[in-house]
Design a protein around this ligand. Sequence first.
Ligand SMILES: [Zn+2]
Length: 191
Amino acid sequence: MRIVIDLGHGGPDRGNVHNGIEEADLVESVGFNLVAHLTLAGHEVTVTRDQTRDPTPGERDRVAREFDAAFVLSIHADAQPHGGTDWRGSTSFYWRSNHRTGLVASDIAETMPRQLKKSAMGRVHGLAADDTSYPRAVNVVAPFTPPTVLVELGYLTNARDAEYLGTALAADRIVAALFAGCTRAAELYGG
Ligand SMILES: [Zn+2]
C-alpha cells in the first residue's frame, strides 16, 4: 500500500519543547524508523518533510496527493496548556465520519505501550470539523485528502511521559504500535 508518514513541525518549528525533548526531533526519530519497517514489509512509503522544513498543511496534503497515498499517518506529541503537567498518555485521533480510520486509530491505541495508555483500550477520539475540544488535531487532520489518523504520542509536559518517550525501548514499542495501525490500514484500504 502507498502510505504517507506526516512528520509534525520541523525545521525552525520545533513543536512542543518540554523536559528536554523537542517534538520535531521525537517525531523524526519515530517516523523514519517506522518508514524503514514499512518499506521492509513491502509498502511504498514517503514522508511529508525532511529535517530542514516545516511545510504548511496544504503542502503536506499535496505530498500525499501527488504520492497517491491510500492512507496518511500523522505523528505529533502533546503539551498540556497553561503550565499543567498532570495530563499524560497517547491519543489516537480519527475523522468521525470515516469509520475505517476509527478502526486503525483503535488498533494503534490498543497496541501502544502500557506506559502511554490511559486505559486497556487506549485513548481514541473521533474528530468532527466543528470539534472545539481539539482544534489543533482538527487542523492537522482536516487538510489531508486521503484517510488520515493522527497520533499524539504522549505529553511532553508530563515528566513521566517525557522520560519514557526519551528511551529507545519506548521508540521500538511505539514504532511497533504505529506499524500495526498501518498494517490494519493496508487491510482496510486494499493492500
Ligand atoms: Zn505537534
